[in-house]
Write a protein that binds this ligand. Structure first.
Ligand code: ZN
Length: 159
């Protein structure tokens, strides 16, 4: 079966920094619904269009094709007393940036005596990545998956 709109694609992938190091790889294939449902990077979808189980692809993703450019405005310095006592680097908080409506997830990146630095950039923002993948399987999506716009796992419905 060929990959086209409304097929569920199972992929093994490795994600590399464009400079070489491996960032992450799948232990078991991940599944996504093909056809513009934002289940995977658009450039990867484009490269996979028409491929079949066993085929491979390798796609160079610039920041704007992946996790976005690093945005210095998403780094904020906040007073220490706005945070709980047990604060640690790496903790995440939901917050709103000025002039934006959507909530962002801020990660604590530095703690000083009376100030805390939080950063809402994705950890891979600003990085150029190489996405290398192999198609493990292709199947037709169910009517429910198509109407929801995402894959339902073997255990049935979960969100
Ligand atoms: Zn669903």
């Amino acid at each position: 079966m060929q990959i086209e709109k409304n097929r569920v694609v199972a992929l093994d992938y490795e994600l590399f920094d464009a400079d070489g190091p491996l960032i992450e790889k799948t232990e078991a294939p991940i599944e996504y619904l093909h056809g513009g449902y934002h289940g995977i990077f658009p450039l990867v979808e484009k490269a996979l269009d028409g491929k079949r189980a066993g085929d491979r692809c390798r796609v160079r993703l610039n920041p704007e094709d992946a996790f976005g450019e690093y945005d210095a405005e998403l780094v904020q310095v906040e007073p220490r007393d706005k945070f709980p006592d047990n604060l640690a680097v790496g903790m995440q908080f939901e917050g709103q940036a000025q002039g934006r409506h959507d909530a962002l997830v801020y990660t604590v990146t530095d703690i000083a005596a009376d100030k805390v630095v939080v950063d809402a950039n994705h950890p891979l923002a600003g990085r150029t990545l190489d996405f290398s993948c192999a198609v493990a399987a292709v199947r037709a999506a169910s009517a429910e998956e198509m109407s929801h716009g995402h894959v339902h796992g073997p255990a049935g419905h979960h969100h």
